[in-house]
Design a protein around this ligand. Structure first.
Ligand code: ADP
Length: 259
């Protein structure tokens, strides 16, 4: 499990609008990469190209390559559904299926992928995924209750359990804590630190302290003006980005100086 991501000359479009320009970066396996930068610079857009979610928007496309373990996700004959099995995603707002039970929520992704599993395998997978998401002890006695019966932080861990149940190699997280209270946020951050033992993780965050806390590497995106494409300005070890960045734009951003 856990694979290297190599992005080469990636340009990302919404119709005729080029939202992100010329990204080339290598993300090492079993590491956490944080993506930071001002709003609108293309962080979420870039993230969604890593599992072919970008192209579900009409008119949206990319050129360039995203290689996961040497395979170009945009190569001929690659099925986006397979890609999304290999590269899982967790969203800003926890989005469990509200009326579905906790256990069925964990299995939802597996069932969407049309994988048939026996009852005992399903039970084992539910337990393993909930343990992996640090939620098992809190929910093991109420697996049949609806997903909506959980707190926001628990729901987000349920969504992480659902994402890891399909056994992905890579986990993408788009501001996974922005709807959570500080205690739940810390629980998710601790979980990210554990998950990186097995997964390559890329997380978009608006919170620079969070980026500094959870990530090994940080990518700083910036935009030169409205209507201009976002660019990856600098990608390096998180400590370097925050304490000794090579680029003046990065330095201005992380020290809170703008424009
Ligand atoms: P960030 O995550 O850094 O805030 P986004 O990736 O959301 O930035 O947005 C990058 C650019 O792409 C922005 O100019 C935004 O308006 C544009 N954009 C985002 N989503 C869409 C969409 N569905 N259709 C058209 N343009 C979009």
């Amino acid at each position: 499990m856990s694979k290297r991501i190599e992005v080469k000359d990636l340009n990302i479009f919404y119709g005729s609008f080029k939202a992100v320009e010329d990204v080339t970066v290598t993300i090492e396996p079993r590491s956490v990469t944080a993506l930071i930068g001002p709003s609108g610079c293309g962080k979420s857009t870039f993230l969604r190209t890593l599992n072919r979610m970008h192209e579900v928007i009409p008119g949206a496309y990319v050129d360039g390559e995203v290689n996961v373990d040497g395979q170009n996700l945009y190569g001929p004959g690659v099925d986006p559904v397979d890609v999304r099995g290999m590269v899982g995603m967790v969203f800003q707002r926890p989005n469990p299926f509200p009326t579905m039970s906790i256990a069925d929520n964990v299995l939802a992704g597996v069932r969407l992928n049309n994988r048939r599993i026996s009852k005992s395998d399903a039970e084992a997978l539910v337990e393993r995924s909930l343990r992996g998401a640090n939620l098992w002890n809190e929910v093991k006695d109420r697996l049949a209750r609806p997903g909506s019966s959980l707190s926001g932080g628990q729901q987000q861990r349920l969504c992480i359990a659902r994402a890891i149940a399909v056994k992905p190699e890579v986990l993408l997280m788009d501001e996974p804590c922005s709807a959570l209270d500080p205690i739940s946020t810390l629980a998710i951050e601790d979980l990210i630190a554990e998950l990186k033992e097995n997964y390559t993780i890329v997380i978009v965050t608006h919170n620079m302290q969070q980026a500094a806390r959870v990530s090994d590497k940080t990518g700083f995106f910036n935009i030169q003006g409205t209507g201009k494409p976002g660019r990856l300005i600098e990608y390096d070890v998180t400590e370097t980005i925050f304490q000794n960045p090579a680029n003046q734009q990065t330095s201005d951003y992380v020290s809170g100086r703008f424009g």
